[in-house]
Design a protein around this ligand. Structure first.
Ligand code: ZN
Length: 300
């Protein structure tokens, strides 16, 4: 009898944890609450997936780099920002997938980005930029949001081509809070960037675990989400299963590293069109943005 019970219990447990985290799809759930609905690929029929271009997102290359924008943060020195951001990505890279680590390596670029707007240039050089933004509301972002990660991807395959992270320093003051948090209204950079790094890597908001890094809301001054929960770890291990690398590593962004904004490289004719050239995949670009909010909505 014991043999019967044990497998049954294990099955229930595994099914429960496997459904908690949420993978980014090419369409967003769009709900404005902390308890966000997770849209999953199998919520849609194969015909609907085909017709609407619904795919799961993720990087296909195992090695990535991000570039912190040269102006840095108003509230923290560059070396502190570099250390906090590096630690945030490292938490995902070092997740424990049954004794091994996810097959994804993210490192800082050798040179900073010089572009303070999110952008992806099909057929050109790129940078996965992390930027602190002064003109947050002018960009049309909600003032209460802490941060926003924008991801460009192929709507045919779901391959992520570029990801850029905007941090709101118009509404908020950034800090490296003590372990138990800040209580002066400042926002912990590590707490926020660890969450945004999850989006950068292809995770969406987890629907039912307020303690998880990928929960959609946070308090200002919170540090809880610096550390991944089992839910977050299950997600990153599923997206990038350990041992799937063939050892080849190309860190440079798609099209090569280019720190400048497209506007800075234009020929001045104003006639360049996105997707020119031979990059056919550029015609299939999608764009997905995730905001991370201060807890201002009631949970249901
Ligand atoms: Zn988020």
């Amino acid at each position: 009898m014991r043999l019967l019970w044990m497998p049954l219990l294990l099955l229930v447990f595994e099914a429960g944890t496997a459904r908690a985290w949420c993978r980014s799809l090419s369409i967003a759930s769009g709900s404005a609450s902390c308890r966000q609905r997770c849209l999953r690929l199998d919520d849609f029929s194969p015909e609907e997936q085909e017709a609407r271009g619904i795919v799961e997102l993720g990087w296909e290359r195992p090695c990535l780099e991000y570039a912190i924008e040269a102006r840095g943060a108003r509230d923290l020195p560059p070396e502190t920002v570099e250390r906090i951001v590096g630690a945030a990505f490292a938490r995902w890279m070092e997740a424990d997938c049954d004794g091994r680590t996810p097959n994804i390596t993210v490192r800082p670029s050798a040179a900073p980005s010089e572009c303070n707007v999110p952008e992806y240039v099909p057929g050109g050089g790129n940078a996965n930029t992390l930027m602190f933004v002064d003109d947050w509301t002018d960009r049309g972002h909600a003032s209460a949001a802490f941060a926003l990660t924008t991801t460009w991807f192929s709507t045919r395959t779901g391959e992520i081509y570029d990801a850029d992270m905007e941090l709101n320093q118009e509404s908020w003051t950034w800090a490296e809070c003590p372990e138990d948090g800040c209580d002066d209204g400042r926002v912990d950079l590590g707490n926020t960037v660890t969450h945004e790094a999850g989006h950068f890597l292809g995770l969406a908001h987890t629907p039912d675990n307020p303690a998880a890094t990928m929960w959609a809301c946070a308090e200002e001054g919170e540090t809880l989400k610096r550390d991944l929960t089992d839910d977050d770890i299950a997600g990153i291990c599923a997206l990038y299963p350990p041992g799937s690398s063939d050892g080849a590593c190309e860190f440079e962004p798609r099209g090569g590293f280019d720190p400048a904004c497209r506007a800075d490289r234009s020929t001045g004719c104003g006639c360049s069109t996105p997707g020119h050239g031979d990059d056919a995949a550029s015609l299939l670009l999608g764009l997905l943005a995730f905001g991370w909010w201060r807890r201002r909505f009631k949970t249901s």
